[in-house]
Design a binder for this molecule. Structure first.
Ligand SMILES: [Zn+2]
Length: 141
């Protein structure tokens, strides 16, 4: 069986077994399958199977930007050691930049801000940095 056909069959199994959107609290029928955590959160998108959930279309697609940002943050520290991990992070940076223009710039904290953060967070790991997570683009994600 081809992968696409296997995926369709797996999705149909989920939707048949659980016909209501998990996010809407059982108010809307599930029409799509949500992959949580998102595949891009895993090295080479090798997400374990069995983490598919029934959702309605608005709920499933309403989280795509948040999934992207969460994946980026989850994959950037510590620095990926493998070439695949580094490539994945580059793709995530590009995807965030393309899909949420200006967010990376909004999150950037300059040298002075990093210095202040290091004084405020005494156990901050070596090599870590702070990001701004309170701007308008961040809140809209
Ligand atoms: Zn829903």
């Amino acid at each position: 069986m081809g992968e696409a056909r296997a995926n369709r069959r797996a999705h149909a199994t989920v939707l048949n077994a659980y016909p209501w959107c998990i996010y809407c609290g059982g108010q809307n029928p599930a029409t799509t399958v949500e992959h949580m955590p998102p595949r891009m959160m895993f090295l080479g998108k090798q997400r374990p199977k069995g983490l598919e959930f029934p959702t309605c279309n608005p709920c499933n697609h309403g989280t795509s930007h948040a999934d992207l940002v969460a994946s980026l943050l989850g994959r950037t520290f510590p620095d990926p050691q493998s070439q695949q991990g580094q490539n994945d992070v580059k793709k995530l940076l590009s995807a965030v930049s393309n899909n949420i223009p200006g967010l990376l710039q909004e999150m950037y904290v300059g040298k002075a801000g990093q210095k202040i953060a290091r004084r405020s967070i005494p156990k901050m790991p070596v090599g870590a940095a702070v990001l701004r997570a309170n701007g308008p683009l961040w809140r809209a994600t």
